[in-house]
Design a protein around this ligand. Structure first.
Ligand code: HEC
Length: 409
């Protein structure tokens, strides 16, 4: 108990906090509230076990301004997400991913959504607490026994003595005119301090201070160097001595940690003996025909068209003219980029299928190898489709059946 609460000469009996009226039904409470509002009171409130329809209007409660806080916070979150991502990905550290634009809205939507929701949610919660003057550790009503039934089946109205309109006799008369089932004087609470418990305040200060620590550690890590491995709680087999890919290994004369397959060994399923099917070779030269395993059917053509669309069109374009999206994008960004070859050129029309197969399998000059990604049969199917593309660029009126020619004009 602090000094303020010690009884003094003038302050022996606790003064009146307000007058509490009890009702049996929500309707009585609503009509009582209307009367009190019309009488011009401001410091008063109603209490009920459940939300009562019409009580806001009866009490003259205006719509809360909380939604505006939420809107402002949401827009701030949105703006933060946009600026943050633009600054990180398009300005401070531009990072080109697969020729996609450095800055594009769709890629940034998830964070924009998240920060909008995060900022609005936190603001709504904190704003609600602040607008309601919470937390509020004690209240004079806590000591009124009958008030406990407010969580069960009773309805209450409290007019505070602190209200400018409050006059003990008049107010009592007004309350009586609302036909309460009981009226009780509520005295000021002199026992329970109405401030936050000190321990809680200290705990909040400590938690707030502790929350800065991870941030401080991150800042420190950005400006310092260490040779020690970072803290690693679950070790698994991560920190055992071992050779990592692409590192040096002094045990072997060539110093490589990644060992090549021993000469003459073949991984299971990789025998690939057929030179024609797997390497496009016919003896000492490039094969001029498709291997026997690849049937030259509409089905193979369809498969080739589909695979071409997936693996080749992004660079070479749907028609093979070298105008795929990756190329257009790389071109727009400038810099040095070897354009994909137009595969409808004569030298490629005249190139044997075996050599084309080799180009796709192992790559050619600046074009990477697609052998590791595309099965050999599919590579042949792609070549069949490439042949069809090349043929289509050489078409003349003679390729169109006589009966159809008229429709072309
Ligand atoms: C990442 C972009 C890219 C993709 C995907 C790509 N290519 Fe290429 N391709 C190139 C570039 C670039 C060149 C030119 C290389 C050079 O001249 O250095 C090229 C060249 C070629 C050539 C000409 C070879 C020669 O001998 O001149 C052929 C044929 C070809 N590509 C076929 C394909 C086929 C078929 C596919 C699909 C399996 C494919 N490319 C997928 C970029 C690509």
């Amino acid at each position: 108990m602090s000094d303020d609460h010690k009884p003094t000469a003038e302050n022996t009996a606790p003064e009146l906090h307000g007058i509490l009226a009890e009702y049996d039904t929500p309707d009585q409470l609503v009509s009582a509230a209307e009367k009190v509002r019309k009488a011009g009171f401001e410091k008063w409130d109603t209490y009920s076990p459940f939300p009562v329809h019409g009580i806001d209007a009866a009490m003259g409660i205006k719509m809360t301004i909380l939604p505006w806080f939420t809107l402002a916070a949401g827009l701030t979150g949105l703006a933060t997400a946009i600026v943050m991502q633009w600054w990180m990905n398009a300005y401070d550290y531009p990072w080109l991913v697969s020729g996609k634009p450095i800055w594009s809205i769709p890629a940034n939507v998830p964070i924009m959504f998240e920060l909008t929701v995060l900022f609005s949610a936190i603001t709504t919660l904190v704003g609600m607490l602040m607008l309601n003057n919470l937390p509020h550790p004690s209240h004079p009503l806590d000591h009124v026994k009958r008030f406990a039934r407010v969580t069960d089946d009773k309805f209450f109205l409290l007019v505070q003595a602190a209200d400018g309109k409050f006059d003990e006799a008049d107010t009592r008369a007004l309350i009586d005119s609302t036909h309460p089932v009981a009226v009780e004087d509520v005295l000021e609470d002199r026992v329970t301090p109405d401030t936050m418990p000190k321990a809680l305040v200290y705990a909040l200060v400590v938690v707030t201070a502790a929350a800065v620590v991870p941030l401080a550690l991150a800042v420190k890590a950005r400006h310092s160097k260490t040779d020690k491995p970072r803290v690693h709680l679950i070790q698994d087999m991560d920190s055992q001595p071992k050779y990592k890919a692409q590192r040096e290994n002094t045990i072997f004369a060539d110093g490589r940690a990644d060992r090549e397959a021993l000469p003459g060994t073949v991984p299971v399923g990789h025998l690939n003996e057929d030179d024609h099917l797997f390497r496009g070779r016919a003896g000492d030269t490039w094969a001029a025909t498709f291997p026997a395993q690849v049937e030259l059917t509409d089905e193979t053509m369809e498969r080739g068209k589909q695979r071409y669309g997936i693996f080749c069109a992004p660079c070479h374009g749907q028609g093979g003219n070298g105008d795929g999206m990756v190329h257009l994008r790389a071109d727009a960004l400038g810099g040095s980029w070897v354009p994909p070859t137009n595969i409808n050129q004569d030298y490629l029309r005249n190139m044997s299928v075996g050599e084309l197969f080799n180009s796709i399998t192992n790559g050619v000059r600046n074009m990477p190898a697609y052998g590791p990604q595309i099965a050999p049969e599919d590579r042949w199917a792609i070549i069949l489709y490439v042949r069809a593309l090349q043929r289509s660029h050489q078409g003349s009126i003679n390729d169109v059946p006589e009966s159809e020619r008229g429709s072309l004009k």
